[in-house]
Design a protein around this ligand. Structure first.
Ligand code: HEM
Length: 387
């Protein structure tokens, strides 16, 4: 998509897309500015919930409205602080060895077979296993919780565009079931706290504030979902970029201390999330265009990462590029709450891959990208690997 986005950006840094019925913002500096400007609202639930005049969907939309991702200041900051508190209390840094263990375990079968389907066998399961551990979903419950998360996620991502009644009903059932599940869990964790995010959130009241059960359900679903496909894209697109740039791969092998910077460059080079939505809370002038109150605005993170006004040779992967002020984690109040964890997973995944295999190559001539233009990622990436 990058040549198309570049051609569009050259003509208009901001333009109205009649098919998407939204403004698209393509320049890095304008995207960064919009992220920090309260006139670009994150709250889409208030505007769109009226479209769904069905009593049975009220609890579903209540849960959606409790997502920190859907809130503006000051209520957003209250939720965000509680999540920060939970991350601090569980000390993300201590998960290093657990991520390492999971990464090694996933790569183990390919050591003998010499083949690795990178997406299905590594890049999809790793973030799911990591976040389930950290949040505190026991292995026995994970398949069920994932099914609830998936049904909710379909609604959360589509309620303001196209959604079917069946998807809405499935989302409503999933939210009701997950809230019941959490009710029982909260009682257990009050009596026997553990070292995980859920326990920390349940016990947050000791330090002043607390989440209602509905707020806990919404934001636990968010934590369980937000980092999975995004991290899968980082790992897959990042490895693909290294395979296509063998001199960068060789340099990382010689100097693994460059890996954290390389991960940052991968995020800029191929942003896992291509578009982040906002609603204009008032009339706004941006990039010479007049955005009207209520219009949808899409901040094009992928295009921003390739903006030549901000980055020299933006279409080259330069693993020692410094500084890299990309917006692939967003910016401002809503900047990714899991970025520390995502960076850690990226670093450990690439360290482990390069240490485990002295040779990594594609086992196919064609890489098929999925149809989701927002989370752009190959659906499968078969590799030949040599220990
Ligand atoms: C928010 C990207 C991994 C949890 C965001 C936003 C972006 C983003 C762009 C901003 C949303 C907005 O402005 O509306 C990414 C990318 C990731 C990643 C590219 C991986 C490479 C994670 C992980 C977690 C996570 C691992 C889990 C802990 C969140 C949460 C928010 C968020 C909870 C909402 C923050 C808020 O609304 O204040 N992420 N993310 N993300 N991310 Fe991530």
């Amino acid at each position: 998509p990058y040549p198309v986005l570049a051609a569009a950006r050259e003509k208009h840094p901001v333009f109205w897309d009649p098919d998407l019925r939204a403004w698209v913002v393509l320049e890095h500096d304008l995207v960064a500015m919009a992220f920090k400007d309260a006139r670009f609202s994150s709250d889409r639930v208030s505007k769109f919930r009226g479209k769904f005049a069905n009593e049975k969907l009220v609890p579903l939309f209540n849960t959606l409205s409790h997502l920190m991702l859907q809130q503006d200041e000051p209520s957003h900051t209250r939720l965000r602080n509680l999540i920060h508190y939970a991350f601090k209390r569980t000390a993300v840094g201590t998960y290093e060895s657990e991520i390492q263990r999971l990464a090694e375990k996933l790569l183990n079968p390919s050591l003998t077979s010499g083949r690795l389907e990178f997406v299905g066998e590594f890049a999809v399961p790793l973030p799911i296993l990591v976040i389930s551990e950290i949040v505190g979903i026991p292995a026995a419950d994970r398949a069920q919780v994932k099914a609830w998360c998936d049904a909710f996620s379909v609604v959360a991502l589509n309620f303001y565009a196209n959604i079917t009644d069946a998807q809405l009903n499935a989302g409503a059932e999933a939210v009701a079931a997950f809230t019941d599940y959490l009710r029982t869990k909260v009682t257990e964790l009050r009596a026997h706290p553990k070292e995980d995010i859920l326990s920390a959130l349940v016990h947050a009241e000791e330090d002043g504030d607390t989440l209602s059960l509905d707020e806990l359900a919404a934001n636990t679903l968010l934590l369980l979902n937000a980092g999975n496909e995004t991290t899968t894209c980082l790992l897959t697109n990042g490895l693909l970029a290294l395979i296509q740039n063998p001199e960068a791969m060789a340099r990382l092998r010689r100097d693994p201390s460059l890996i954290p910077n390389a991960v940052e460059e991968m995020l800029r080079y191929d942003s896992p999330i291509q578009f982040m939505g906002r609603l204009a809370a008032t009339d706004i002038e941006l990039g010479g265009e007049s955005i009207r109150e209520g219009d949808t605005v899409l901040l094009a993170l992928g295009a921003a990462g390739r903006d030549p006004k901000t980055f020299d040779a933006p279409d080259d992967l330069q693993i020692d590029r410094h500084p890299i002020q990309h917006v692939s984690f967003g910016s401002g109040h809503h900047i990714c709450a899991g970025l520390q964890l995502a960076r850690m997973e990226g670093r450990i995944a690439f360290q482990t891959l390069l240490e485990t295999f002295k040779d990594i190559s594609l086992a196919t001539d064609t890489i098929e990208f999925g149809t989701n233009v927002n989370l752009r990622c190959p659906e499968a990436m078969p590799l030949n690997v040599k220990p």
